[in-house]
Ligand binder design. Structure first.
Ligand code: DAH
Length: 352
């Protein structure tokens, strides 16, 4: 076989072999078979040395061409393998840019908090202060100062969460069972601030906040919200309460077809005491009396505990449930929904 034919055969063979290589090291081994120290092309080059000058030039040119062709084929295969590898890596490391972003979900106010804020702003607009006080309360302020006798059922272990800590009177602290102790705290601070001055303005305050009772069913939760109202002055009557509370309900429910009635009741800290019932004159609850608040004229003993003379000062108080009002406003049937953390429920209150 002539050198030329041999050289061309080697080129074809090398192209084929390179094409069958699938990795860089396999390809470098294949290269050695032709261009390495003992490779076939290298051997041809060595053979040239033994040829006469004329043939050496001719065949040398052929061998050189073959060598270049193999080098080209090698480089082409290297490039092809590198590109295939890159493509595979890109495919493996691909990020699916069509996936939805996680975004920033916007939180919203809890429906009870919405009511709380509405209540504050409505009473502020009617000239009331807003006060807040401790949820861990002492026995005297939660019960005794409010004229609840030692054997009153509200004081029993069944109704009240007691805290394993005693106050300076040696009585256990408790989670306040109502917001009524805020009457005592606020009134005493008010009286002290005016220190018997004849110019003392009326006490007009609401105190919203959390309250706690051992109680749990569709209409009771161990933690719930109330707002206490107190108006004490020299000539404040239950008639003022009716006007005030009617105005509040019109604002809260954003409607005027609301009727109120006071139904006789009993609370230790008021005399007389009443339940405030309301009814709508239209809508799904039309005509049904709904109990919404306890109320009454503040008991003389309690007025005295405020630090005031009940012969001179009188007024009324009320305590209403914020959950109850919220349920009526939005038509919610089960109070436990407020505390189930179910976003499908809660998000309904966050529209715009
Ligand atoms: N504290 C009472 C309760 O939780 C509600 C209440 C009734 C508050 C009459 C008052 C009131 O201020 O005068 O059931």
């Amino acid at each position: 076989m002539s050198t030329t034919t041999h050289a061309r055969q080697l080129v074809d063979e090398a192209r084929e072999l390179f094409a069958s290589c699938h990795g860089a090291s396999e390809l470098e081994n294949a290269k050695a078979r032709y261009l390495g120290k003992s490779g076939a092309i290298t051997a041809l080059m060595k053979d040239l040395a033994r040829l006469p000058a004329e043939q050496k030039r001719e065949q040398g040119a052929e061998v050189n061409l073959a060598k270049q062709a193999i080098e080209q084929a090698l480089q082409a295969r290297r490039d092809a393998l590198a590109e295939a590898e890159l493509r595979q890596r890109l495919a493996e490391e691909a990020i699916d840019v069509t996936l939805d972003g996680r975004g920033q979900r916007r939180g919203g106010l809890h429906p009870v908090v919405r009511s709380w804020m509405r209540i504050e702003s409505l009473f502020r607009s009617m000239g009331f202060e807003v006060a807040e006080g401790p949820e861990i309360e002492d026995d005297w302020t939660n019960f005794t100062a409010l004229n609840s006798p030692q054997d009153h059922p509200a004081r029993s272990m069944q109704d009240t969460f007691y805290v394993d800590v005693e106050d300076e009177r040696g009585q256990p602290l408790l989670l306040r069972t109502h917001t009524s102790p805020m009457q005592v705290r606020h009134a005493r601070a008010h009286v002290q601030a005016f220190a018997g001055s004849p110019d003392m303005p009326d006490i007009r305050v609401i105190a919203p906040g959390r309250t706690y009772r051992v109680d749990s069913d569709a209409t009771h939760s161990p933690m719930f919200h109330q707002f206490e109202g107190l108006w004490i002055g020299r000539a404040v009557s239950m008639a003022d309460l009716k006007g005030l509370y009617t105005g509040f309900l019109h604002g809260f429910f954003e409607r005027d077809d609301i009727e109120l009635r006071f139904r006789p009741s009993y609370f230790p800290f008021t005399e007389p005491s009443a339940e405030i019932d309301m009814r709508f004159d239209s809508g799904p609850l039309r005509g049904r009396w709904l109990e919404i608040s306890g109320a009454g004229q503040v008991h003389p003993t309690v007025v005295r505990n405020f630090g005031l003379d009940p012969e001179e000062f009188m007024g009324f108080a009320f305590g209403s449930g914020i959950e109850r009002l919220t349920m009526l406003r939005y038509g919610i049937g089960d109070l436990r929904q407020f505390y189930g953390s179910d976003l499908r429920f809660l998000e309904q209150f966050n529209a715009a």
